[in-house]
Design a protein around this ligand. Structure first.
Ligand SMILES: Cc1ncc(COP(=O)(O)O)c(C=O)c1O
Length: 358
């Protein structure tokens, strides 16, 4: 048996939303809705599917390791320079590489709890100490407590805006005050995976500030509104100096040629992205209204999911929903349901109505 590092077993294992085929086999149910992974319910745009198909003929070659075209297209889209863009195999890779670059024994990382579980996993893989800071009672980041939690060993702070799994957002002004206060030797990662879904007026993306703040990295993904979760493309925006250091921890060729082609094409369809944002806004309003009518208290959300903590055991409720064909995410005391198509949302509410009243 190999000699493992002594803390290996303490690293949490990432638990993905259960795949439809697996649940179908296990429960013998044909009709299932997967509302557990905050994926886009629509397939990629038709032109994107064509771009993926066209890329197939060249996969005997390694992909462009510099991600030249896509980095430039992202930069143009976001109004930054190409050397401020760092593309990875999903934003998870960007988060993980950042943790590895500034982590290690004798360092610590601050993040909200509950928040995206990868912050904890990346922290521990890097060999750093995790400092989780509970959300407020209204499920918001407690920036004051997070600031106080920064200790002598802290090298990184993660802020998830909007937050997964709860969906709430921080106003731009609150986050600016926090960024101004955090010492410059601490890297602040602002994870904006769900930014494209936000409709709140006081939300602010920090992409355009990132190149000018030496200790800030903003992470984005093509896995959500662009509908490319299966191709694994995400990116970070930061100063070129910061990117130059962080990317030393990245393996070569992690962004596939199909992924680069797909993301490049997807960026050209901002009209469709806007339609998806609108549809998601309608869907989440419907879910919030219907959950409230059933007696639940959904947390305010700006993302493509809704979170609520039922009075009953969340795991039991999640299981009852699963037996009615609804795959949702159970997280401690809460349930997170992804906004699906209108019919998926209706079926979820119908199933919840039935299990609530049985
Ligand atoms: C907050 C947040 N950040 C990042 C990601 C990772 O996305 P990906 O690695 O697919 O880009 C997710 C995925 O669910 C997420 O919820």
């Amino acid at each position: 048996m190999p000699t493992y590092r002594s803390d290996l077993d303490s690293i949490p294992v990432y638990v993905p939303g259960r795949p439809i085929d697996e649940v179908a086999r296990e429960l013998g149910i044909d009709s299932l809705d997967k509302l557990a992974s905050n994926e886009c319910p629509e397939p990629p745009f038709p032109e994107v599917i064509e771009a993926i198909a066209a890329s197939a003929a060249g996969v005997n070659r390694y992909p462009d390791n510099s991600v030249y075209e896509l980095s430039r297209a992202i930069a143009r889209h976001q109004g930054v320079e190409a050397n401020n863009v760092w593309v990875g195999s999903g934003s998870s890779e960007i988060l993980r590489c950042a943790a590895l670059a500034v982590g290690g024994p004798g360092t610590s990382a601050v993040f909200a709890d509950p928040s995206f579980v990868m912050y904890r996993i990346a922290t521990m893989v890097a060999g750093s100490r995790a400092i989780p800071v509970p959300l407020t009672d209204s499920f918001d980041h407690d920036l004051g407590a997070m600031f106080s939690a920064i200790d002598d060993e802290t090298t990184i702070v993660y802020v998830c805006n909007p937050n997964n799994p709860t969906g709430g957002h921080l106003a731009g002004s609150e986050l600016t005050a926090f960024l101004d206060a955090v010492p410059e030797h601490v890297l602040v990662v602002i994870d904006e995976a769900y930014a494209e879904y936000v409709t709140a007026d006081d939300y602010q993306t920090f992409i355009n500030e990132a190149p000018n703040r030496p200790n800030m990295l903003v992470a984005r993904t093509f896995s959500k509104i662009y509908g490319l979760a299966g191709l694994r493309v995400g990116y970070g925006v930061a100063s070129s100096e910061l990117i130059g250091s962080l990317r030393r921890t990245q393996a070569p060729f992690t962004v596939t040629s199909a992924g680069q082609a797909a993301a490049l094409e997807a960026l050209r369809h901002q009209d469709q992205v806007a339609k998806r944002r609108e549809a998601n806004d309608g869907g989440r309003r419907d879910l919030v209204r219907d959950l409230s009518a059933l007696g639940y208290t959904p947390a305010p959300t700006e993302a493509n999911f809704v979170y609520f903590e039922p009075d009953v055991d969340a795991a039991e409720l999640g299981d009852a929903l699963l037996h009615r064909g609804q795959i949702v995410r159970v997280l401690g005391d809460g349930i997170r349901v992804t906004v699906g198509t209108a019919s998926e949302n209706d079926r979820f509410i119908e199933a919840l109505d039935t299990v609530t009243h049985s």
